[in-house]
Ligand binder design. Structure first.
Ligand code: HEC
Length: 118
């Protein structure tokens, strides 16, 4: 390979990384349950508390969201709460992922104590 050919080859590698990275970060590929769990603890937890005891956002332990049916929680996650800090997540999460998260919040399964120790 001549000099400029090697250079082009190197650039194509950099380009591939640049093009692929956002695709990976925002991919609509189904996430594994471990990835989703991590996402909920870190991203939702940044506002709702790492143990869902509340922060900028209200607490999300099973007893806190008892009055909210699963479908209502799904709608809140999908659309957010306009006029508040709660953003819509439908661009990042599939309906299945949102349904899974709602179920986990209702059951407390993501919490070490199962949500039984408010
Ligand atoms: C930037 C901060 C922020 C992030 C990140 C965030 N929320 Fe919220 N969330 C809020 C706020 C603030 C409210 C309260 C809105 C209101 O006043 O009704 C809220 C409300 C909610 C409610 C309704 C609770 C209730 O009792 O009415 C649920 C459920 C909820 N969020 C789930 C989630 C989930 C799941 C995630 C992650 C996918 C998430 N939130 C990420 C700020 C956030």
């Amino acid at each position: 390979m001549n000099r400029s050919g090697r250079k082009a080859f190197r650039y194509s590698g950099v380009l591939a990384v640049l093009v692929l990275m956002p695709a990976l970060a925002f991919s609509a590929e189904p996430k594994t349950e471990a990835e989703l769990k991590n996402f909920v603890i870190q991203d939702c937890g940044s506002c709702h508390g790492l143990t869902f005891k509340g922060g900028l956002g209200p607490p999300l332990r099973p007893s806190d969201i008892d009055p909210l049916p699963e479908a209502a929680i799904e709608a809140i996650i999908r659309e957010g709460v306009p006029g508040t800090a709660m953003p819509p997540w439908k661009a990042l999460l599939t309906d299945q992922e949102i349904a899974w998260i709602s179920k986990q919040l209702k059951s407390g399964a993501l919490l070490d104590d199962g949500g039984s120790n408010p």
